[in-house]
Design a protein around this ligand. Structure first.
Ligand code: HEM
Length: 393
């Protein structure tokens, strides 16, 4: 029988990644996927072991699309430099700081977006989920509203560059131009923040005293990964959470009766339909995991979405279940040194978004005439989510 990894196609992964993960788990939980030229690792314990081992498995390699697009930042460097970069930004992402710096503002943004909905139904991705994360990043960085459309253009260019597996030169050139424009805009803000300090993330980092202060170029490059990390991910979490509740009416009724269950909805959604499905690592020296030997230079994709459905850890893993006692053990924000810096900001936006949507849209449900299909194996979400509710009289 041919090795399972030789039969897996990108199309199959895009169409229904969970079916492929299941096949791999049953036959070949560490598998070389020839179509992509990478190892895939699907079991929870193996994924976690790799993510925690940052000496044999690193993020840094100049050969990655992430490095090619943005250069050196916290998700393309390891060790002491990674710690320095991360520490420079982490304060603003602490849960307590976010509550006072972001929550009221995110709530106002959510209310404003819902106010603009037509009566009775809307396509949630375009009207809400794509917009809120951009508005939140503007606020976090202290950028003006007028930068929103540029941010969208730059983001779409970066997304294309990071999926540019054939290294098409025109896609790379466009992304390099967008990255230069983004860095230029951040530099303007750094200078503005030095002249007029505020509580924005960039102002805090730009005004850090020596010797801890990063160079302006380092601030720009790290700002680019924070920006990139915080857009489609949050969009997907909002859409997947609404989808999960609408397709599980009993759970929806429980949450409407008791909104304190919303954090559990968010964690279980991240486990069940992980917005980010993979975390990629590069092998530094020969190393064996669960009987399989990796060679230096190999690329290993840790499939965190598959780990989140490992039956050895999660009972009936394919079920969306609000009472799951260990839902928080999911690896949806990864694990180890590169654990998502923005996890609390993501949770905050999703919670406030759901509070607004569930609180204001009576009898919220999916539009049965336009069913949603969730796809994707990098970012996993519906392409469009048509929702409806009881129109006001
Ligand atoms: C539901 C939303 C989100 C999900 C599922 C998510 C997921 C992840 C994952 C899996 C990683 C690790 C990648 C790896 O190890 O290769 C990561 C890292 C990161 N994320 Fe998020 N993310 C989300 C939201 C955000 C937000 C809102 C921000 C910031 C505004 C953000 C910023 C970052 C940064 C800067 C890193 C790199 C951290 C480091 O290398 O130390 N993320 N995220």
């Amino acid at each position: 029988m041919p090795k399972v990894g030789t039969t897996v196609t990108l199309e199959a992964l895009e169409e229904d990644p969970y079916r492929v993960y299941d096949l791999l788990r049953r036959h070949e939980p560490i598998s070389r996927i020839e179509a992509i030229g990478m190892w895939y690792v699907v079991n929870y314990d193996d994924v976690q072991a790799i993510l925690l081992d940052d000496s044999n498995f690193v993020v840094g390699t100049p050969g990655s699309l992430l490095y090619d697009t943005f250069g050196g930042h916290m998700l393309t460097v390891d060790g002491a430099l990674h710690t320095t970069y991360r520490n420079s930004f982490r304060g603003a992402f602490a849960v307590g700081n976010l509550r006072w710096s972001m929550e009221a503002w995110v709530r106002a943004s959510v209310e404003g977006l819902i106010d603009s909905f037509p009566d009775g139904g809307v396509e949630l991705r375009g009207a809400f989920a794509r917009v809120l994360p951009i508005q939140s990043i503007l606020r976090l960085f202290g950028l003006s509203e007028s930068t929103a459309s540029d941010l969208r253009t730059w983001y779409d260019g970066f997304e294309a560059a990071l999926a540019n597996f054939t290294w098409d030169q025109s896609v790379r050139d466009a992304a390099h131009d967008y990255a230069a424009a983004f860095r230029g805009r951040i530099q303007e803000e750094i200078e503005h923040a030095r002249a007029r300090p505020s509580d924005s993330l960039l102002s805090v980092v730009a005004n850090t005293s020596e010797p801890e202060r990063l160079s302006d170029e380092e601030i720009q490059r790290n700002a680019s990964i924070i920006f990139f990390g915080g857009i489609s991910t949050v969009e997907a979490l909002i859409l997947n959470s609404v989808y999960a509740l609408c397709t599980h009416p009993a759970e929806m009724a429980r949450v409407i009766a008791d909104p304190s269950l919303l954090p559990a909805v968010i964690e279980e959604t991240i486990r069940w339909r992980s917005p980010v499905q993979t975390a990629t690592r590069h092998v530094t020296r020969e190393v064996k995991i669960n009987g399989v030997t990796f060679a230096p230079g190999d690329t290993v994709n840790c499939i965190i979405a598959a780990a989140n459905r490992d039956p050895a850890v999660f009972e009936s893993p394919d079920r969306f279940c609000l009472g799951r006692p260990n839902a928080k053990r999911h690896l949806g924000f990864a694990s180890g040194p590169h654990f998502c810096l923005g996890s609390h900001l993501a949770r905050l936006q999703a919670r406030v978004a759901l509070e607004g949507l569930l609180g204001r849209l009576e009898n919220l449900h999916l539009d049965p005439t336009r069913p949603a299909v969730i796809r994707g194996h990098e970012f996993h979400q519906p392409h469009a989510l048509h929702i409806a509710w009881d129109a006001s009289q």
